[in-house]
Design a protein. Structure first.
Length: 429
């Protein structure tokens, strides 16, 4: 890990600043939109636009990079992010915010694609797994720390929009001044959605349901908190709790997943998150309950993302893993676009408790589907399963493909070790 930090500290520092800006603008819009009189449904459209832009950019950015290069794409998209952050308070209207939020989503995805390809190029085969872990931790820490910036007094009504713009602008300096451009990369071959569903119905349906959960967590948490009448300090802690939970549970659950039937773990983790959401839906006026529920939901949803990718890979040859993972990210993105809209409808129809009620429905539906799938085919043996690699919903197909390479290398290393041990045992006999 020290070797990773020595070679990639500038990139990781830049990503930390970028995530500070992204985490802050998401929560800030939820708070300011409520204060400006936007309805929950109007804010849901604003938040949904981010995921639409993100999904679009995941398909278009590789072609942009091949045409003009990493540096130009990175700098251009970063400039747009900084500019849009300043424009939010200038045009406080749902339509304007929806357009701007879509641009932000597109640009952030493009920035992530470029940064992740740089990180992969800067890492050796031996350090790629550690580099990906550091990248994931930096992303989570940036979003968590951003919630503290939300508490800075803002009497002018403009400062909190300037801060993320400055953070984003500054973030590009260490990256562009210290990282060399990488070669153009080829897009992963596609797997049709029909083929993906046939390979793993649980992976397909699970990622779609998780898209709605993640969108509620990342896009609508601050909107819910404002509708529920929480103070600014409470909103900050509430949003941060989702990501603290994700940091705490990601790696322990990954360790478990390599040692048991992953469907059982998917069902168990989803039911814990679903029951926590049920409790919060019944008691949305108890702040300690909300914090605990956010911690458990974040601690369930983010590892489930990696679990479902790993489970799908259990039924694939090594050469098809990257294509399947890209398809799963697309399915998750479709769910994330629909998630805020349905969440906004639930809040308007049933009050603040509707926010957690919807999350409960999504996670408990995943639990029920996972249990049903256990009756449809046997689980692969633990010895035959693919390795779990932690990734999160904020990454792009580039990082997931790197994760697959790490998983494949782990599988091949384990197979080589098993063969060597068998030879040693044969020689001893």
């Amino acid at each position: 890990m020290l070797e990773v930090l020595r070679h990639s500290w500038a990139l990781l520092l830049g990503m930390l600043l970028l995530m500070l800006g992204n985490g802050l603008q998401g929560s800030l819009l939820g708070v300011r939109g409520s204060g400006a009189g936007f309805s929950a449904f109007e804010m849901s459209l604003v938040m949904s636009a981010y995921f639409a832009g993100f999904l679009l950019a995941s398909r278009l950015t590789p072609g942009m990079i091949r045409r003009v290069g990493h540096v130009r794409v990175f700098a251009a998209l970063g400039s747009f992010v900084s500019a849009v952050l300043i424009l939010y308070p200038a045009f406080p209207h749902p339509v304007a915010w929806t357009i701007e939020r879509m641009v932000i989503g597109f640009c952030y995805c493009g920035v992530y694609v470029t940064a992740e390809s740089w990180l992969n190029n800067a890492s050796s085969n031996e350090s790629r797994g550690q580099a990906l872990s550091a990248y994931m931790i930096v992303q989570m820490l940036g979003i968590i720390a951003a919630q503290a910036i939300l508490l800075i007094p803002d009497p002018s009504g403009y400062l909190l929009f300037v801060i993320p713009s400055v953070l984003v602008s500054v973030a590009f300096a260490p990256i562009l001044l210290s990282v060399a451009p990488t070669p153009a990369f080829d897009t992963t071959k596609r797997m049709s959605l029909r083929e993906l569903y046939q390979v793993s119905p649980l992976g397909f349906m699970g990622m779609f349901l998780l898209g709605g959960v993640f969108a509620a967590q990342f896009g609508m948490a601050a909107v819910f908190a404002a509708e529920a009448g929480l103070r600014l300090s409470q909103i900050s802690m509430f949003v941060a709790a989702f990501y603290v939970g994700a940091l705490v549970t990601q790696y322990p659950l990954g360790w478990l997943s390599d040692r048991m039937d992953r469907r059982q773990l998917v069902a168990a983790v989803a039911v814990v998150g679903g029951l926590a959401a049920c409790v919060a839906a019944v008691m949305p006026d108890r702040f300690t309950v909300l914090l605990g529920a956010a911690f458990l939901i974040g601690g369930a949803a983010n590892p489930l993302y990696s679990l479902l990718i790993a489970y799908t890979n259990d039924f694939l040859d090594l050469e098809n893993m990257a294509a399947a993972s890209a398809g799963l990210l697309f399915v998750n993105g479709v769910g994330a676009i629909a998630g805020p809209i349905v969440t906004g409808w639930a809040i308007e129809s049933f009050g603040p408790g509707g926010y957690f009620a919807l999350i409960a429905v999504l996670l408990l539906s995943l639990t029920a589907y996972a249990i049903w799938r256990m009756t449809q085919r046997p689980a692969p043996s633990v010895e035959e399963t693919s390795a779990y690699t932690a990734v999160g919903p904020t990454v792009t197909p580039v990082a997931v493909e790197v994760a697959q390479e790490v998983a494949i290398e782990a599988i091949e290393a384990a197979e080589a070790e098993a063969e060597a041990e068998a030879r040693r045992d044969g020689a001893a006999a």
